[in-house]
Ligand binder design. Structure first.
Ligand code: FES
Length: 79
């Protein structure tokens, strides 16, 4: 889906930018020029970025829980 018509920025481009470290609208403006023309896309771009950041945070949290479980599993008892 195209988020920014003026600059032809898709949802996937925003997701890629977030994957590469973008975390603010200023980052998106600088990297993709989102919202730098008419500005009508700003709220949609912000939502796409936040959803992506939330997904990444949930994935990181899930991975941390997985690693913690690996570290804190009790050693099997010797028979
Ligand atoms: S639609 Fe993004 S600046 Fe116009």
């Amino acid at each position: 889906m195209i988020v920014c018509v003026c600059n032809n920025v898709s949802e996937k481009k925003i997701q890629s930018a977030v994957a590469m470290g973008a975390s603010t609208m200023a980052d998106l403006r600088e990297q993709l020029e989102v919202g730098t023309c008419c500005g009508k896309c700003a709220s949609c771009a912000r939502k796409v970025m936040r959803d992506c950041l939330n997904d990444r945070a949930e994935q990181a949290s899930g991975f941390q829980n997985f690693v913690q479980q690996l570290h804190f599993q009790p050693a099997p008892m010797a028979a």
